[in-house]
Write a protein of this length. Structure first.
Ligand code: AMP
Ligand code: MG
Length: 425
């Protein structure tokens, strides 16, 4: 079944015929089997220490435990007055309690004297609680006095006090190995005094597009030519996964040109990602160039993205994606992104998956896992964007999710529940 059959045409084809077409010829490899093959190609990248500022999006390579408590000391959660709760127990708006103010304790003052019963210390948020005080009355519940303060409300012991270690205990593991380092995780690492962290080096990916019809942006299109787009798209997808991408100049459908383009880059790459030249046509350059070099070409029970290849070329892992832009990016999402994230040490390698009601129905070829482009809405429903055609790049660009239709499902009724892969673009 070609990738680009529109729903309208699919609907007109009897199921029996669809089924036959889908499995014609070679038996199809399951999506999960090919995903396992691709994941198995990539070894974890080496671990190195990096300053926090260079860790965003990378995976922590070892459990991180804290040498300090958070908070490190008992401190005030409010601007107000440190008191003994017992001294203000009877305070109310109509019968305020007046206490002499003995000290000012701004944040950062570490030498405040203990509180004498029957007095108050003015205290700011984050300042250490003085010995002898067990509560803070917030300034809004007082007259704000500086030499004496009138307190208009009582406070129970512990009120507005943040206790040492209530967030993080000394010696506890605060971030597990494999955690992806986003803003909150880097903030926590900084808060426990880490200047750098052990992370996996981001995998380096070389992207190479193939096709004699391809032209670079900036040149005029001749007859039969199109602008090359997979290189920019796949390199961006690699970078969005937190990996390093470089783009080799695309090559025509010529085996010698393909080898020549690849050779200078093989050494530094953890993965070579090609697009195009792997299906059943006559000028399948990637297949022709790599077939006898340890790369296995298969048909996967997937739509779009049936023709795939994976293996090692000169000891460098290679994944060969189909050329249709939607097939290429969906294949990247399904096979390559999880494998790259695993190699980069991330514990979570999959896109968030949610269940949503598909507002419009869908038809899907029997025996193939279909990934349709969709838009997930705030009300929890999802609508399809464009048809199933694997050339529909504008629909892909308008989508914010992939809608999965399982292998055994050929008809999705409007309103039926589907699994949606949430994309973050
Ligand atoms: P192929 O997999 O080489 O048979 O290509 C399938 C379709 O994708 C053809 O219509 C190609 O023109 C198109 N295609 C292949 N590679 C690219 C590319 N790098 N940029 C844009 N379109 C491409
Ligand atoms: Mg081609």
């Amino acid at each position: 079944m070609p990738d680009s059959v529109p729903d309208a045409v699919l609907s007109a084809v009897p199921d029996a015929v669809l089924d036959t077409v889908a499995v014609t010829g070679t038996a199809l490899l399951s999506v999960d089997d090919h995903a396992a093959t691709v994941a198995g190609l990539l070894a974890p990248t080496p671990v190195e220490r990096r300053p926090l500022g260079e860790c965003l999006g990378l995976a922590l390579a070892a459990d991180l435990s804290s040498a300090v408590a958070l908070p490190p000391f008992d401190n005030s959660a409010m601007d107000g007055y440190a008191v003994r709760a017992a001294d203000v127990a009877s305070a109310s708006a109509s019968a305020p309690v007046e206490l002499p103010v003995v000290e000012d304790i701004p944040a950062g003052r570490g030498d405040a004297p203990p509180l004498v019963p029957g007095t108050a210390h003015r205290i700011m948020t984050g300042a250490p609680m003085p010995d002898g005080a067990d509560a803070v009355v917030q300034v809004e519940l007082t007259d704000g006095g500086t030499s004496a303060v009138r307190v208009f409300a009582g406070a129970s012991p512990g009120r507005n006090v943040r206790y040492a270690g209530e967030d993080v205990a000394v010696g506890s593991v605060v971030l597990g190995e494999g955690t992806t380092l986003h803003a909150a995780q880097l903030g926590l690492a900084a808060a426990i005094g880490q200047a750098d962290l052990p992370v996996h080096r981001p995998p380096r990916v070389l992207v190479l597009s193939t096709g004699s019809e391809l032209v670079a942006a900036g040149s005029a299109l001749g007859p039969g030519q199109i602008y090359e787009s997979n290189g920019a798209m796949l390199a961006a997808a690699v970078r969005e996964a937190g990996c390093a991408a470089s783009i080799a100049h695309f090559v025509a459908d010529d085996v010698d040109a393909f080898h020549a383009a690849l050779a200078p880059h093989l050494d530094g790459a953890d993965l070579v990602l090609t697009s195009g030249g792997v299906s059943a046509g006559a000028y399948e350059v990637v297949k022709d160039a790599l077939r006898s070099h340890g790369v296995r070409f298969v048909k996967v029970a997937m739509n779009p993205g049936m023709p795939q290849g994976a293996g090692q070329y000169a000891a460098t892992p290679v994944v060969t994606l189909p050329g249709n832009p939607v097939s290429a990016l969906v294949s990247f999402e399904v096979f390559v992104r999880p494998a790259l994230l695993a190699a980069a040490g991330h514990a979570a390698v999959h896109r968030p998956r949610v269940l949503a009601r598909l507002a419009d129905g869908a038809r899907s070829p029997s025996g193939k896992r279909q990934f349709r482009r969709g838009r997930l809405h705030d009300d929890g429903t999802v609508t399809l964007v464009g048809g199933p055609g694997s050339h529909l790049l504008a629909s892909l660009a308008a989508a914010n999710c992939l809608v999965e239709v399982p292998e055994e499902v050929t008809d999705v009724e409007p309103g039926a529940q589907v699994t949606v892969y949430v994309l973050t673009w």
